[in-house]
Design a protein around this ligand. Structure first.
Ligand SMILES: [Zn+2]
Length: 262
């Protein structure tokens, strides 16, 4: 082989090697891209299989109970405590179906206070609800109630959040919107800031007034299982909508420190 040909062969070999290396690199890169994509798709599919609320612990608080009946149906005389529990239990099942862990503050017709506590019964009841929510490290609180008013014409579901709490406001807005969409109430109310014990635990929290027991038409609706199922579904839809919002969720206000002696 002449000197010139040897150089040519060498260059040719080096080029071939370089091409092979590049191809190998590309191959490896493509392989890792495919793998990453496959892994992402698998993770997405796994999340879908677990449900969109997987990883969230949601406290559902059925308002009142036992000696404390709450608002009373103007026509039926039925207290809200049982209706609240029914909606809460429907929500429990639906939220679990969406992958969430659910903590119930009560599961029957009882108050959480002692017969004769050293502090106000209502306060002890609220403290114990708060304690259940705290020890279970719930990420969110949804308290279920029925409304009433002196006048009979007021109607429509309304969601309350802790005054000035951006996290609660966002969650309340999503649930209010889902309730309007899912229940088509005659009166469309806005979500409102309010002052409630259960909303001051330092996590995104809402209190849902499902409707007015002082309104004849709404009371009739709330007395039916079919409507309570729709109410529960609308609230759960609101949580799913909130969870799917693309923006970063605002931080809730810190828990209120209390001297619990009154
Ligand atoms: Zn109530």
């Amino acid at each position: 082989m002449r000197e010139k040909d040897r150089v040519k062969l060498c260059t040719g070999l080096m080029l071939t090697m370089a091409t092979l290396c590049t191809a190998a690199l590309f191959g490896a890169a493509a392989d890792s891209v495919v793998r990453t994509f496959a892994q992402t798709a698998a993770a997405g599919a796994a999340q879908e299989a677990r449900g969109p609320l997987y990883g969230l612990t949601i406290a559902v608080d059925a308002g009142h109970g036992g000696y404390d009946g709450g608002a009373v149906g103007r026509v039926s005389g039925v207290p809200e405590k049982g209706l609240n529990l029914d909606v809460a239990q429907r929500m429990e099942e639906m939220l679990r179906g969406q992958g969430a862990d659910v903590v119930m503050t009560r599961t029957g017709d009882y108050a959480l206070c002692d017969e004769d506590p050293p502090i106000r019964k209502k306060l002890q009841d609220m403290q114990r609800r708060a304690e259940i929510i705290r020890i279970n490290e719930a990420d969110m609180v949804i308290s279920i109630h029925m409304n009433e008013y002196v006048g009979r014409s007021e109607s429509g579901p309304q969601v309350f959040y802790r005054e000035d709490c951006p996290a609660g406001r966002l969650l309340a807005g999503a649930i209010q919107e889902a309730m309007i969409g899912g229940l088509s109430p005659k009166k469309e109310r806005p979500a409102l800031g309010g002052d409630y014990y259960i909303l001051t635990l330092g996590v995104p929290s809402v209190l849902v007034e499902c409707g007015f027991l002082s309104n004849k038409v709404e009371e009739e609706l709330l007395m039916t299982e079919e409507y309570r199922e729709r109410v529960a579904a609308a609230i759960v839809q609101g949580v799913v909508d909130w969870h799917a919002l693309p923006q970063e969720k605002p931080q809730p206000l810190a828990a209120v420190k209390r001297e619990e002696t009154q």
